[in-house]
Design a protein around this ligand. Structure first.
Ligand SMILES: [Zn+2]
Length: 487
């Protein structure tokens, strides 16, 4: 559906006085983040992510966005994950010529992630045409490397903690959200009101990132709710991983750890390094990083030590113990090597990437172990494996699953229910309006009820097809004048 909101409300219409909100992704689901803040001065797009997971969602990546691109005056990215930045080449391809704001690490990581995404899209289209398992003739990539290169000059780097004017009555400030390096929440000040977009909220006590920061209480909060119904486990991820590795080694199996190249891969590498240093897993156990992207992301993070709590030296030592495989052709050699090993490869939800090659060969053997370490969205292979599927489809073929699957519950880049409530408490005041995005329906409903019971707010779950008025600017200005007169 195109141009759903061609009304004269909001937008840059002269008479508009209201500020509105609408979501075009990550509404009652966890991927495809795209939210618009409509102000009288400018329409702002917050995040521009790809839908992932079930086909009915992925198909939306091919549709025109439901908003008027020509009215968007600024795109503000919270962080570099694909479900927050992966649609940018399509947006630019459809005519967006404005600025794309982000922090310095997010800029480098986004470039890396978009290039990788284009490569995967091109490879998938090529394979589908070669082996004929697509309904589309010919199968086309969602975007190409050339499309990605075209958008990079629109990127604008900004400093967190600095207020920036993006229109006459609109300014914004980024604050660290503790989710991955570079990730931020964004507060927009429109006239005298504050609207806070949480982005993805990290853990309060992360092993390598600072805790999420808070600014002045906001009038409106749009917050994520991925783990709105869950508390992360109390067992330390280190000991969970140690148990899974050692029990696999005892029976001569291999350990596969699919993970996101940015953030999660570095966290896993750090834990494996610590386990080896402490003698809890064999020092001689080979650890393969079969992900050039994770290796490149680690290099980028080394350039931004201020965004992590780890020292540069600690990062270098962690990376030194790895065998990094750059070439795809070498993957089969690693697979054929009979010795037990650990393999870290993308993608995190097994929707693509080199991990699938390992899965084809290793999933059928019950001695092997697959360790899931992040959120597994509905419809992904990761979710199916988490739910103990007996077979898995890769490149149009079914492979039996006999390998053990272990899920590391305590190793999440997202806050759990308790941490989300604490985050909201620190960011809000009595009259704050709260909207929930970025969560599956069950998680969102649990969090909505929990917020009402513990904090007394009536949080609202955003639907994809609604535009909501947040406040009126004239009223706000009039109120300001009245309160001045009263003094
Ligand atoms: Zn994220």
């Amino acid at each position: 559906m195109q141009h759903r909101f061609k009304s004269d409300q909001g937008g840059s219409t002269e008479n508009a006085t209201g500020v509105y909100l609408a979501s075009f992704g990550a509404a009652q689901t966890v991927t495809g983040s795209k939210h618009i803040l409509y102000t009288p001065d400018v329409d702002i797009l917050i995040d521009c992510g790809l839908f992932q997971g079930i086909k009915s969602l992925r198909i939306k990546n091919w549709e025109a966005p439901g908003f008027e691109i020509e009215r968007i005056g600024a795109l503000c990215l919270t962080h570099a994950h694909l479900d927050h930045c992966g649609y940018i080449p399509r947006l630019v391809g459809a005519g967006y010529r404005g600025k794309i704001y982000m922090t310095a690490p997010t800029r480098e990581l986004t470039e890396l992630i978009l290039r990788d995404s284009a490569k995967i899209q091109e490879e998938d289209a090529w394979k589908a045409n070669r082996y004929g398992y697509s309904k589309h003739h010919p199968a086309k990539p969602l975007y190409t490397l050339t499309d990605v290169e075209r958008c990079l000059h629109q990127f604008v780097t900004i400093e967190p903690g600095v207020e920036i004017n993006i229109a006459k009555q609109v300014s914004m400030k980024y604050m660290l959200s503790g989710h991955i390096p570079g990730a931020c929440s964004i507060t927009f000040t429109v006239s005298d009101k504050k609207v806070l977009f949480s982005g993805d909220i990290g853990r309060t006590h992360s092993a390598f990132l600072d805790a999420p920061q808070h600014g002045a209480p906001a009038d409106v909060i749009i917050m994520e709710s991925t783990y709105g119904d869950r508390l992360h486990g109390t067992q330390e991820a280190e000991s969970e991983l140690e148990d899974a590795i050692n029990s696999t080694l005892e029976i001569g199996g291999n350990v596969m750890i699919p993970c996101f190249a940015v953030g999660r891969a570095q966290e896993i590498i750090r834990i494996l390094y610590l386990l080896k240093q402490a003698g809890k897993i064999p020092l001689s156990l080979p650890v393969y990083l079969d992900s050039p992207m994770a290796a490149a992301a680690s290099e980028i993070l080394l350039r931004y030590p201020e965004w992590s709590t780890l020292s540069e030296n600690e990062c270098r030592m962690m990376m030194k113990g790895l065998i990094i495989n750059e070439k795809h052709e070498n993957t089969i050699g690693i697979i054929k090597n009979k010795k037990s090993k650990i393999i870290i490869a993308g993608s995190g939800m097994l929707s693509g990437g080199r991990i699938l090659e390992y899965l084809k060969h290793y999933a059928g053997d019950k001695r092997n172990c697959l360790i899931l370490s992040g959120f597994q969205a509905e419809g992904t292979r990761g979710r199916a494996l988490l739910e103990k599927t007996h077979e898995i489809r890769i490149d149009g073929q079914y492979f039996p699953v006999r390998a053990r699957t272990v899920s590391l519950n305590n190793l999440s880049a997202h806050a759990d229910q308790h941490e989300l409530i604490e985050w909201l408490k620190s960011s809000s005041k009595k009259e704050t309006q709260v909207f929930l995005v970025h969560g599956e329906p069950g998680a969102q409903e649990s969090l909505r009820v929990k917020i009402r019971v513990t904090l007394g707010f009536e949080a609202r779950i955003i639907r994809e097809d609604e535009k909501m008025k947040l406040f009126d600017i004239l009223n706000a200005l009039a109120k300001k004048k009245t309160s001045k007169l009263a003094k």
